[in-house]
Design a protein around this ligand. Structure first.
Ligand SMILES: [Zn+2]
Length: 85
């Protein structure tokens, strides 16, 4: 099983791709269809990253969403993420 950190970075990566797509839409100011396509893809990517983060970045013991609090232990139940139980 992947650590919560690896999953969190994967989700941040998806959000970053969304941001980059959104910015690329500015390159198509003379083409409305393409501009809205990139804008939409970018927003969809950011939302997907946030939703995935909430769904997958959780403590393996108590299931709490870890948000941006990263450390060797869960801030909610105090257990080590790598511990078996
Ligand atoms: Zn926990």
């Amino acid at each position: 099983m992947k650590s919560p950190f690896a999953k969190a970075w994967g989700c941040v990566g998806i959000m970053m791709i969304g941001v980059v797509l959104m910015m690329s839409s500015l390159a198509f100011l003379n083409n409305e269809a393409l501009m809205y396509l990139f804008l939409f893809l970018g927003v969809a990517g950011i939302i997907a990253g946030v939703v995935l983060h909430y769904k997958t970045v959780r403590c393996p013991h108590c299931g709490s969403h870890l948000g941006r609090v990263y450390g060797p232990r869960c801030p909610f139940c105090g257990k080590d993420y790598k511990a078996k139980d």
